[in-house]
Design a protein around this ligand. Sequence first.
Ligand code: ZN
Length: 228
Amino acid sequence: MDIKYRVTRSRKRKKTISLQILNESEVLVSAPYFTPPNEVRRFVQEKQNWINKTIQKHKEDSLKNKAKEYKTGEHFFYLGQSYPLEVFSEPFDNERVVFRNNRFYLNTQKNKNSWKYYFVSWYKKKAHDFIHERVDFYSRMLKLRYGTLKITSAQSRWAACSEDNNLTFSYRLIMVPQAIIDYVIVHELSHIREKNHSPRFWKLVEAFIPEYKTHRRWLKENHHKFIL
Ligand SMILES: [Zn+2]
């Protein structure tokens, strides 16, 4: 990838060239006044990895706390991938959110309050079908029987297993990669046998999801991305 950068030259600066990431597409290079352009270019090329990494991090940070606006071009997660949204208005079609050809379509009128609701409904339906199937699959595999299964709107927790083995999963879980969903499912099913996070519990999880530690860390680091 070619990096676009702007150079400021300073007479005060003696020797060193420094870099500053201004935003997702702009890098500022500060250089001593008489630094030849090819030296600046070489410096930027050498730092390319660092620049790419930092820009990526900036992008992720800016996604962190942004409330969704439900505008064309905005991205939404589904099974670990993010897909662009296209907003349109077709009053005679009552399907509100459609996912087709790797793109979300939101059919909406001016009533802003319902936009989020349409997406939540869509996610809930997908979560219900997908998670049900995976829970049944792992329930057979682990030979553990659960009570009921419910999809909730929980924001702060992904899933839970009650005293009497009823399982709940947040609809947000359908936004993360399948490997992570499977880990969360095996985690909750394992609570049917072990109602705690003892070493015995983690052994049970590990038997079916050997890389569970990576998935746990991933959830901790990424949970903020999956809020509508
Ligand atoms: Zn747990």
